[in-house]
Design a protein around this ligand. Structure first.
Ligand code: DGL
Length: 280
């Protein structure tokens, strides 16, 4: 499982609670966070690099892309190119929001990269009963979480400004389309109002992982708890200190990992050469 940083720990927590016998290798790419403002081709390249590393070095049997921005950029490519099942967070999140809403008006918040990619718009369009979505990018939220400042006054000021469009849209459900955002849930709930249901993709993603493992005969048969191994491409002491607090459990050692920056790839949703074809 990987994310740009601490965000994927929301998914890790849900998965460990649901499938405690599975071993989990977690990578926080904190040396290169935030992914949200980056070019999606670069995020796609990071995602492929980390996915390959997890398959080659750790022999993982399934990959969880616990990051919306990376799911938006590279889920289809990862599924095509890796020899293991790959689970992302966007479709599970949309399913969870569709189950939760009563009036079908759903707010979707995420990073600039996720919202701009159109991945949520495409996933919502496949639902059997349509939703009336309102989208808002929330640049800056991820950085607050990574700095360990989940409820400072500045987060409240930023949230008031960024969440105004979804608050005014009459939503009854807000989909947290970034795995970091559940760590800001109290602030977000205060701003959008306590009558709006906040939905994260973590639980639904964990259910999907368990279902895929079972369907493919990959579930670990043991009554011993699985091991958690944690890697960070940034400051490992910081990752341990803040990460354990957010995760609500011990990591043991956080190991360092380092990658050189790869060449950007064509992100999902874009046809290679389409820009050239259009202009020519
Ligand atoms: N947790 C990542 C996501 O779900 C955050 C991306 C970032 O680093 O900006 O999109």
């Amino acid at each position: 499982m990987f994310d740009s940083g601490f965000g994927g720990l929301t998914v890790a927590r849900a998965l460990i609670d649901l499938a405690p016998h599975e071993h989990l290798v977690y990578v926080g790419d904190t040396g290169r966070y935030p992914y949200g403002p980056r070019d999606l081709g670069q995020v796609a390249a990071f995602a492929m690099q980390i996915g390959r590393w997890l398959v080659d070095e750790h022999r993982v049997k399934l990959l969880v892309v616990a990051c919306n921005t990376a799911s938006a950029a590279a889920l289809h490519r990862l599924r095509r190119e890796l020899p293991v099942p790959v689970v992302g967070v966007i479709e599970p999140g949309v399913r969870a929001a569709a189950k939760a809403t009563g009036n079908r008006r759903v707010g979707v918040i995420g990073t600039v990269g996720t919202i701009r990619s159109g991945a949520y718009q495409r996933a919502i369009a496949t639902l059997p009963v349509p939703l009336q979505p309102t989208f808002a990018a929330c640049p800056g939220f991820v950085e607050f979480v990574e700095r360990g400042e989940s409820d400072s006054d500045q987060v409240v000021v930023l949230a008031e400004r960024l969440l105004a469009p979804v608050r005014e849209a009459g939503i009854d459900t807000l989909l947290l389309g970034c795995t970091h955002y559940p760590f800001l849930a109290r602030t977000i709930a205060d701003v959008v109002g306590r009558d709006v249901v906040l939905v994260s993709s973590a639980d639904e993603t964990a259910f999907e992982v368990r279902a895929v493992l079972q369907r493919n005969g990959l579930a670990r048969r043991s009554d011993q708890p699985g091991e958690l191994r944690v890697f960070s491409s940034g400051d490992t002491a910081w990752f341990r200190e803040v990460g354990e607090r957010l995760f609500g459990g011990r990591f043991g050692t956080v190991s360092a990992v380092c990658w050189s920056d790869p060449e950007p790839l064509t992100p999902d949703g874009e046809v290679p050469g389409a820009a050239g074809a259009a202009s020519g």
